[in-house]
Design a protein around this ligand. Structure first.
Ligand code: DON
Length: 554
């Protein structure tokens, strides 16, 4: 009997899905204090982490208009504690039906600068409204009426212009001026508004109210949809009522893998995040990083990044349109092959890697992390792509449209706004989702759990990688989000880095090995993490010092 019970206990321990002691508290870290506070307001009304995620997303859509919004999309990685279900809500934008693969090329086949970045032609069909409604209806406990209330309030009462807002508006000033409705909301007399100026968004409040009242129909059908389509078309866009009516989110199985005893759960395609992260970690797993000196460690990490980003450029795209060889890319054989090609002493020029086959021819975007007192988790990375997206607002809607179409590969081998190249797998096609780097991620073993992510375009994946490596090394939340960062993305063939990423000795050492270093003028990223000690349930949270967010445990 005793033996049976010992065996049973053992079996239970072995199959337990990395069980967590219940937290008596909740933790939220997001890029804006108003969003973090809204999340707690909803938890206090009896909502769960998923309700809080709806409220946080919607408030960010209002108070961080340069980062994300209901005119954009994102990925929400959910973990439901009661049954251990992990799911990725794919609310990524889709190319309109009238789009076509060469829509950003001129008659000589050259990319027309700006066309995929500014104005209505650069906007994909938004996914965030559908995702919020879906999360609320399927996973939440409260009505949209309640969870959207803080955002509606924030839109009506306004939020104050911060130094960060000013930097973003300055960066996109010319494009914002071209859309009278956008300029009226986000500028003051066509100039960047002064610090403390209050931005009110009455039209956006009304659009959010329509969603609270009618659910997805409040955005994708009826008056709001009609205005979105007519105004967008008047301004040179190609959206149709059918594009909006047919938009659907997809529930996808997140990707999971392992690194030094930790389980990593991250975004599946159409994000490149999970695949690239796991490819890098698989290469590193066999390289005993912890036994290397700092210089060697950084050399190996850079080489692993280079190889994973090469695969990204060739193979990754929307899995509903192209066959992404996930199994092969995440196989042990592939990792072994990539690892073997790494020279421990020298940088491999990217041009020495197999060329990307082609048949033919931070501070925008946002991430938040939540764990509630029941152990439910949300890691969400949301975007409208460039700061202030396309800078275009269809008059009367308050909806700032994304410019996510630029994440497609407009022409094989031609870099996009983040310097990323792509091929056939990520070519434009009607109804297709553009490849993303957004990587909301869970990292856990039996003792500890991290809910982590960040904005930062092509550098998102390597930032999350640094976060995972530091978490596995036992670092705390503050340290992880504030780590100095470096990045390699295959092309351009250089190591982009923050000022304090390398010591003078490491710089010299890396250059001697053949790495070209490029120190960036500014810092990048805006990481948010929540960490839980699974034995005690104790939570900690931190937001990147580079941003203006708020992390709170309560
Ligand atoms: O989905 C993507 O990969 C990009 N649209 C994300 C853009 C981004 O993170 C901008 N932040 N600095």
């Amino acid at each position: 009997m005793r033996l049976i019970s010992v065996c049973l206990t053992l079996i239970l321990v072995l199959v337990a899905p990395l069980h967590t002691a219940q937290a008596r508290q909740a933790a939220i870290s997001s890029a804006h204090p108003a969003a973090t506070d809204a999340g707690f307001e909803i938890l206090e009304q009896g909502g769960n982490a998923f309700d809080a995620a709806v409220a946080v997303s919607a408030v960010l859509a209002v108070v961080e208009p340069y980062s994300s919004g209901i005119g954009g999309g994102g990925f929400w990685l959910l973990y439901r504690n009661k049954d251990g279900k992990q799911i990725m809500i794919d609310g990524r934008e889709k190319a309109p039906y009238q789009s076509h693969r060469d829509m950003y090329l001129d008659s000589t086949g050259e990319v027309i600068p700006g066309l995929s970045v500014d104005g209505p032609l650069s906007a994909g069909i938004p996914g965030e409204p559908a995702a919020l409604v879906h999360i609320a209806e399927k996973y939440g406990k409260l009505s949209l009426h309640k969870t959207l209330a803080p955002a509606i309030r924030a839109a009506r009462n306004g939020f104050k212009v911060t130094p960060h807002y000013q930097r973003m508006a300055q960066f996109r000033l010319e494009a914002l001026r071209k859309s009278p409705a956008a300029a009226k909301i986000f500028l003051l007399n066509n100039e960047v508004p002064p610090l403390g100026y209050v931005i009110k968004q009455e039209d956006l409040a009304k659009t959010l109210e329509a969603m609270a009242k009618h659910g997805r129909a409040g955005f994708y059908e009826g008056e709001v949809a009609r205005r979105l389509v007519t105004e967008t078309r008047k301004a040179g866009g190609i959206w149709s009522m059918q594009d909006l009516a047919k938009y659907q989110i997809v529930e996808r199985k997140p990707l999971t893998g392992h690194y030094r005893g930790y389980q990593i759960t991250s975004a599946a395609p159409p994000s490149s995040g999970g695949i690239a992260l796991l490819e890098i970690l698989h290469q590193l797993e066999g390289l005993d990083l912890h036994e290397q000196n700092n210089l060697q460690r950084k050399h190996l990490i850079i080489e692993a990044m280079r190889r994973a980003y090469r695969d990204r450029a060739e193979y990754l795209g929307d899995p509903d349109f192209v066959k992404v060889p996930i199994k092969t890319l995440l196989s042990k054989q592939h990792a072994d092959q990539l690892r073997k090609s790494i020279d421990p002493e020298w940088a491999t020029p990217s041009s020495d890697l197999k060329p990307v086959a082609s048949k033919d021819s931070g501070f925008h975007t946002t991430h938040f992390s939540i764990i509630d007192k029941h152990g439910n988790r949300v890691a969400a990375t949301l975007s409208i792509n460039y700061p202030f997206g396309s800078c275009y607002v269809p008059p009367g809607t308050g909806v700032l449209l994304n410019d996510e179409m630029d994440d497609f590969s407009a022409k094989p081998g031609v870099p996009n706004a983040y310097g990323l190249v792509g091929a056939e797998a990520n070519a434009i096609a009607p109804g297709k989702r553009m490849l993303s780097s957004m990587s909301p991620t869970f990292v856990e073993n039996k003792q500890r759990l991290a809910v982590i992510g960040t904005p930062g375009g092509s550098r998102i994946i390597t930032m999350v990688l640094h976060g995972i490596l530091a978490f596995v090394d036992g670092k705390d939340a503050e340290t992880i989000v504030n780590l100095p960062r470096y990045h390699h993305q295959y092309l351009p063939d250089m190591v982009q880095h923050e000022v304090d990423a390398f010591s003078a000795e490491e710089k010299a050492g890396l250059e001697k090995r053949g790495h070209q270093l490029k120190q960036l003028d500014s810092t990048y990223g805006n990481m948010h993490i929540v960490i839980q000690d699974k034995k005690t349930g104790k939570l900690s949270a931190a937001g990147d010092k580079r941003g203006e967010g708020k992390a709170l445990v309560k």
